[in-house]
Design a binder for this molecule. Structure first.
Ligand code: ZN
Length: 126
């Protein structure tokens, strides 16, 4: 009984639709952010998709002041590692939070984001 694996593409497709998707190991129950080949806990490959709440708190962040080529108009902006309520962390772009109010521990909530025509993971105020 294996479901189709969650790829990077489906991860972002689901995110665009408003659902942040994790994967749970059928072997040991560990939760991870896709994609992952083997479970880092038990070495099995038995992932099933699971919807995450999208609620979390900033674990660390970086303010991008010199943006990559093609994103010059976006800077400055913040990328954060967000520790989700379920215990896994995911990288996302912080929106609608003034940069001088960013702080480790700040509560945020997932929101779908499209950057340059591509789905992206965003986090806004909780
Ligand atoms: Zn496992």
């Amino acid at each position: 009984m294996t479901e189709s694996p969650v790829t990077v593409q489906t991860f972002f497709e689901r995110a665009r639709g408003g659902t942040l998707t994790g994967i749970r190991c059928g072997g040991c129950g560990a939760l991870a952010i896709p994609p992952k080949e083997l479970c880092p806990e038990c070495g099995q490959r038995a992932w099933s998709p699971v919807a995450l709440s999208g609620d979390g708190a900033i674990a660390s962040f970086t303010v991008i002041r010199v943006a990559p080529r093609g994103h010059a108009g976006d800077a400055p902006y913040a990328i954060a590692a967000v520790r989700l309520a379920e215990g896994v962390s995911v990288l996302g772009r912080v929106v609608d939070v003034p940069l001088d109010q960013l702080a480790v521990g700040l509560k945020v909530r997932f929101r779908p984001l499209v950057v340059r025509d591509r789905s992206a993971i965003g986090f806004g105020p909780a």
